[in-house]
Structure formats: structure tokens, C-alpha cells
Design a protein. Structure first.
Length: 86
């Protein structure tokens, strides 16, 4: 059973529910701080419109972009560097 999440800001609550209900396959659940970061990213960057074609660099597993831009056009190209080069 998933915990009930309540926030005083509707945009934060919407982001938390989106992640727990629709994006539960992402790594945002691995650590509580990662979940908080994902919620904050969704709230802060939600107003940044994604226009195709688009490029996402440093995607790791792609969950951050999926959370931030959920319901918008998909990222056209994405790429990451090997960890030993970071």
C-alpha cells in the first residue's frame, strides 16, 4: 500500500502523485532524497516547454526527463557519457 501524500501546494502534490501513480517504474523511488528531487524538478521545470526536435544530454536512465515532461512531446535524442568520464 502506497502512503498518502499531502502537501500545501497543489503543484507539489500533483507532481508527487504523478510519480507515485504513473511513473513508479522510475528510479525516483530508490531513495527519499531522489523522490524529493524528482518532485522539485517537476514543479520547477514544468513551465519549460519541450519543442521537438529536442536533445537531452546526461540522461542516465531517462527518468528525470520522463517525470519533468510527462504528458508533453517526447525527447527526440538523448545521450549519456560513461560514468568513468564524469
Amino acid at each position: 500500500m502506497k502512503p498518502q501524500i499531502k502537501f500545501k501546494r497543489p503543484d507539489v502534490e500533483e507532481a508527487a502523485h504523478l510519480i507515485t501513480e504513473r511513473l513508479d517504474h522510475s528510479n525516483a523511488f530508490k531513495y527519499p532524497t531522489r523522490f524529493a528531487l524528482a518532485v522539485g524538478q517537476r514543479v520547477c521545470f514544468r513551465q519549460v516547454k519541450l519543442e521537438p526536435p529536442s536533445l537531452d544530454v546526461g540522461v542516465n536512465d531517462g527518468s528525470t526527463a520522463a517525470i519533468i515532461h510527462y504528458g508533453e512531446p517526447r525527447i527526440t535524442w538523448r545521450g549519456d557519457m560513461p560514468e568513468e568520464h564524469l
